[in-house]
Design a binder for this molecule. Structure first.
Ligand SMILES: N[C@@H](CCC(=O)N[C@@H](CS)C(=O)NCC(=O)O)C(=O)O
Length: 219
């Protein structure tokens, strides 16, 4: 399988986009950055043109020519797994079956256990039911999910979530902590996570992928 003409439809503040940007940076893959503003113009993710790229009306979506055919893939887990197949070095999933499964478990704690609760649409819906509820809901699931991640990661942590090599789990953790800080989650309860996050953020690929380094960044 081979790929050319990669275009990432994404948003600087989106944690799911940030995950994919880290994978692209770690693997040294060139791509075109296509901004999709989630707030301006009524939310560009809701436009018909974007809907065809991601029917969930979310970012990220990766457009590429795959084995000569134009394709668009959504969902950060699927995109990162495709990048892993196309560009195996450096690997983001351990060779050992148990550690690979643990990596996926940590990925899912964030991908399905935390992040969906802090999305714009559910937060807006919660706020319609009770003013301010959206933020409290998002904060709660950040606390629950990060506590679970902390408990699990203690078993495998080295410099990073799984030993001393960066894995997909770290690509999910670092963007999640940006959100957790925004929701003022007390991170003193998750010291292993905080130490891993610091080590990841010292790496050039994580820095290059950070929200404030993107062309559509707004303070
Ligand atoms: N499971 C999806 C989640 C994507 C997602 O939730 N994207 C958010 C930004 S991080 C989004 O586009 N939200 C738009 C909205 O809620 O309207 C993935 O991993 O790609």
């Amino acid at each position: 399988m081979s790929a050319t003409n990669l275009r990432l439809h994404n948003y600087f503040r989106s944690s799911a986009s940030f995950r994919v940007r880290i994978a692209l940076a770690l693997k040294g893959i060139a791509y075109e950055y296509v901004p999709v503003h989630l707030v301006k113009n009524g939310g560009e993710q809701l436009a018909a043109a974007h809907h065809t790229k991601n029917p969930m009306e979310q970012v990220p979506a990766l457009e590429l020519v795959l084995d000569g055919k134009p394709r668009v893939i959504a969902q950060s887990v699927a995109i990162i797994e495709l990048l892993e197949e196309l560009y195996p070095e450096p690997p983001l999933y351990p060779k050992d079956s148990y550690l690979r499964t643990r990596t996926r478990e940590l990925v899912e704690i964030i991908n399905s256990g935390i992040q969906p609760h802090q999305n714009l649409a559910p937060m807006k819906r919660m706020d319609q039911l009770a003013q301010g509820a959206g933020r409290l809901h998002a904060k709660h699931y950040n606390e629950v999910g990060l506590a679970a991640y902390e408990e699990r990661v203690k078993e495998t942590a080295g410099r990073f979530s799984i030993g001393d090599q960066v894995t997909a789990a770290d690509l999910f953790l670092v963007p999640q902590l940006v959100a957790a800080r925004r929701f003022e989650v007390d991170l003193s309860k998750v010291p292993t996570i905080v130490a891993i996050d610091e080590r990841c953020r010292a790496l050039p690929a994580f820095q290059a992928a950070a929200p404030d380094r993107q062309p559509d960044f707004e303070p």
